[in-house]
Design a protein around this ligand. Structure first.
Ligand SMILES: NC(=O)c1ccc[n+]([C@@H]2O[C@H](COP(=O)([O-])OP(=O)(O)OC[C@H]3O[C@@H](n4cnc5c(N)ncnc54)[C@H](O)[C@@H]3O)[C@@H](O)[C@H]2O)c1
Length: 285
């Protein structure tokens, strides 16, 4: 899809990948960009950046884990700009740790990283299907194709996000609905700090139980350094390209395709390799 003259919504639009996506969509001539985030002040600031650059934007405070908020967001976008052509369901958080992570944190990350995409699809698809066109971009992660060392909740929820995106592409792909799934490795964003604010009370990823710092935490961790850390602007440029090509998987770090192939070809070997990488990053290998 060419985003020129299209109406776009970006959740998690106040910061990081979402902010860059909003700005890139506007720079590519989107008719309007709706910037949605729990951080209302940040969303307003990005909307202002877009309008100062000559674009049209609207900021809407929204917690994507609440279905009523998602419904209100979509209603406000349609009211202001008549339709939504591209919905970038991008907001997400990370929680470090394994099965010991307390249930409230598992519930929160499930709600933000998975159920939000269900709410978005439920609310935005009817209009798109009625018009016979529309595009959904779901931000998952390379963790959704591979794994996330040091964070079971992130690995599990991002796999679920990929599964939902695939299901939507299969089910609605012949009805004019495009679906892309964005799966980057490390990107320099505020994900670690944002997640602490959103989940509340948990110590930062690197501080928990000697866990490997998360590549998705945005800090330049040793794991992240393996394949390089991208800027959110680079990731947004990949999304614009992926949208133009209507490609399902958007991989700003291209080596992820090779890793996924290796994982599918010989799962035991891949698991052994991941154990070795984990030990190496923890200084034990
Ligand atoms: N940074 C990375 O290394 C990386 C890698 C792969 C995937 N991702 C994914 O990219 C997406 C964007 O994260 P980012 O790295 O730009 O982080 P970020 O923290 O810079 O931006 C995330 C934004 O989402 C907002 N947000 C969080 N919970 C929300 C909620 N419930 N409702 C609405 N908004 C909410 C935050 O306020 C923040 O503005 C996430 O889904 C993340 O999992 C990030």
């Amino acid at each position: 899809m060419d985003v020129r003259d299209r109406v776009a919504v970006v959740t998690g639009g106040a910061s990081g990948i979402g902010r860059s996506l909003g700005l890139a969509l506007a720079a590519r001539g989107a008719a309007a960009v709706v910037v949605a985030d729990t951080d209302a002040v940040g969303a307003q600031a990005v909307a202002r950046e877009i309008t100062l650059g000559g674009g049209t934007a609207l900021a809407v405070p929204c917690d994507v884990s609440r279905e009523a908020d998602v419904q209100t967001l979509i209603a406000r976008a349609e009211e202001a700009f008549t339709r939504i052509d591209v919905f970038c369901s991008n907001a997400g958080i990370i929680v470090a740790g394994g099965v010991e992570v307390p249930d409230p944190a598992w519930s929160r990350i499930w709600a933000v990283n998975v159920q939000s995409h269900v709410y978005v699809a439920r609310a935005v698809l009817p209009g798109m299907l009625a018009r016979g066109e529309g595009y959904l971009v779901i931000t998952a992660s390379a963790a959704g194709l591979l794994t996330q060392l040091g964070s079971a909740p992130y690995a599990v929820t991002k796999h679920a996000a990929v599964a939902l995106a695939e299901w939507l592409a299969i089910t609605h792909g012949d009805q004019g609905i495009g679906v892309s799934c964005l799966c980057p490795q490390a990107v320099t964003t505020n994900l670690g700090a944002t997640s602490l604010r959103e989940v509340g009370g948990l110590p930062p990823p690197a501080a928990r139980d000697g866990a490997v710092p998360s590549q998705d935490a945005g800090s330049v961790s040793r794991q992240a350094a393996v394949d390089g850390v991208l800027t959110p602007d680079q990731v947004a440029a990949s999304v614009i390209e992926g949208l133009a090509d209507e490609r399902f998987l958007i991989l700003p770090h291209p080596e992820v395709a090779t890793y996924e192939r290796r994982r599918a070809t010989d799962r035991d070997r891949w698991l052994g390799g991941m154990r070795r990488l984990q030990a190496h990053l923890a200084g034990k290998g």
